[in-house]
Each structure stands twice: as structure tokens, then as C-alpha cells.
Design a protein around this ligand. Structure first.
Ligand code: ADP
Ligand code: MG
Length: 255
């Protein structure tokens, strides 16, 4: 789904964290918010997810204004840096959780659309199938009965991805999902996220302070500094033709 941010501002007390951010993201695009720590990336993503309310401005998802719409009703899934898995639950239970919560207000897979839509109750067996299918796609099928404490960092991150995927959201929001992993795994998971994006074809908004991550993953990169978007462009353009000195300095390209 397309996303439209229009003149979003956010202040915490006197601290103005986002300054009139406007950004249109196309349906199916992989857009990365790239910027140093503290520039407001997470705050912007949390506003998109509905976890935080902007001070002013409008957010639309799929052409519909979502201001005041609760996170669960936004059809977005968020993957965090800390995986936030429940330690006392198995991998399967962790992954089933979003569907269970949905199941209470009833969901159904529509055969034609192939997506989960609000409507009717989702059966336990259906939830198990969905979890199994997703786990297999992420090569964590054999881990379904383990607890998070028995997994490596990379495996935990896959479970967190899987938990976001079972909902079959039309928008993925990812906040530095790889930053807790070691370098080798980070590169491997990068490839998996890229593959996931091309396979699902849905919109990804990805947050990182890691340039090479942003450059390899994204259709477009939005360079952010001190609560402002300095430049939004395809990776090669950011490198070859930085809009201003601050972008060039951050990217380290000559201008
Ligand atoms: P980033 O994700 O780019 O590192 P954040 O969005 O987390 O940046 O934070 C941007 C700024 O907003 C920081 O100065 C941070 O201290 C401040 N901030 C974030 N969340 C809150 C909050 N809940 N209350 C007060 N200040 C906050
Ligand atoms: Mg952050």
C-alpha cells in the first residue's frame, strides 16, 4: 500500500524532534530512512505504526487517513531491533500470537485474494498451518518447539520476522532489525530481507543508521538529520549527486 506523510511534526515537550516531514512512498517500494542516532527515525516509524501520535500533520496509508486509527487496524507490521519475543513461549506460540489476537475478533483467509482479512473466525488449525508455512519459508521450521532462549541471535531475528509475516501485512516497518547481529549474519539477513521484499511485493519502510544496508536494500533512501528529510532519492543518486553538504558529509561522498 502507498503511504503519504504530510507535514508531520513531533515535539516532546520543548524538544522538536520532527520538523514538517513530508514523504510519499509508493505501493511495493522499499524505502529506507537513513540517518545518525537521535535524528528521529524511530519516532517517525512509530508514528507510521500508530504507536506514537504526531503533534501535527497527516498520515495516510493506502489513500486512507489513519490519524487516530489504532496500530492493529493499520494493516502494518513492525519488526524491532530488540526482537521482543516472549521468553516463556515457544517459537510457534510467539509466531501465532498476532493471529491469535486477530482470531478473537475473527479473521479469514479469502481464497481469491490469498490474504487475511477481517471477517470471520480463524481456526486453530489454520493458525498452525500459517505458522508452519511461514517458518518453512524462513528456514526456522525445525525450531518451532524451542524457546527464544535456545536460539541464536539470527534465529531470533528470523522468528521476529516470521511473527510479522504471519499477519500478511501490506506494509512492513522495520526499525534497525539487524543491528544486534554480528557482521556476517547482518549481511546474510540483509539478503533475506531483500528476497522477502521481492517475494511479497509489499511496501517496506526500513530504518537504519547503516549506509551500506540502506544502499543495498532500498529503492529509495530518505536521508534524515535533526528531524528533517534532507534528500529522498535512489541510492546511486544520493552518492553521485548529494543535494547538499550535510548529505555529502554524512554519506562521505565528495561534494
Ligand atoms: P533515532 O531513532 O533516529 O535514533 P529517535 O526517534 O529515537 O531517533 O529519537 C529522536 C529524538 O527524540 C531524540 O532526541 C530522543 O531523545 C527523543 N525522544 C524519542 N522518544 C522520546 C520520548 N518518548 N520522550 C522524549 N523524547 C523522546
Ligand atoms: Mg531509533
Amino acid at each position: 500500500m502507498s503511504i503519504s506523510l504530510s507535514a508531520i511534526t513531533k515535539s516532546f515537550g520543548k524538544n522538536s524532534v520532527l520538523k514538517e516531514i513530508s514523504l510519499d512512498i509508493a505501493d511495493g517500494e522499499f524505502l529506507t530512512l537513513l540517518g545518525p542516532s537521535g535524528c528521529g527515525k524511530s519516532t517517525l516509524l512509530r508514528i507510521l505504526a500508530g504507536l506514537e501520535l504526531q503533534s501535527s500533520g497527516t498520515v495516510s496509508i493506502g489513500g486512507r487517513t489513519v490519524d487516530g486509527v489504532r496500530p492493529k487496524r493499520r494493516d502494518v507490521a513492525m519488526v524491532f531491533q530488540s526482537y521482543a519475543l516472549y521468553p516463556h513461549m515457544t517459537v510457534a506460540e510467539n509466531m501465532a500470537l498476532p493471529l491469535r489476537m486477530r482470531g478473537l475478533n475473527a479473521w479469514q483467509r479469502l481464497p481469491l485474494v490469498g490474504r487475511l482479512l477481517p471477517g470471520t473466525r480463524i481456526a486453530k488449525r489454520q493458525i498452525e498451518e500459517e505458522v508452519r508455512r511461514t517458518a518453512d519459508a524462513l528456514s526456522i521450521g525445525p525450531l518451532l518447539d524451542r524457546k527464544p532462549g535456545q536460539l541464536s541471535g539470527g534465529q531470533r531475528q528470523r522468528v521476529a520476522l516470521g511473527r510479522a509475516m504471519v499477519r500478511q501485512p501490506t506494509v512492513f516497518l522495520m526499525d534497525e532489525p539487524l543491528s544486534n547481529l554480528d557482521a556476517k549474519l547482518r549481511v546474510q539477513m540483509r539478503a533475506e530481507i531483500k528476497e522477502l521484499h521481492s517475494r511479497l511485493g509489499v511496501t517496506f519502510v526500513y530504518v537504519t543508521h547503516d549506509q551500506s544496508e540502506a544502499m543495498t536494500l532500498s529503492n529509495r533512501v530518505a536521508v534524515m538529520l535533526d528531524g528533517e528529510l534532507l534528500q529522498v532519492a535512489p541510492p546511486h543518486e544520493i552518492y553521485a549527486d548529494p543535494d547538499d553538504r550535510r548529505v555529502a558529509e554524512f554519506i562521505g561522498s565528495p561534494k
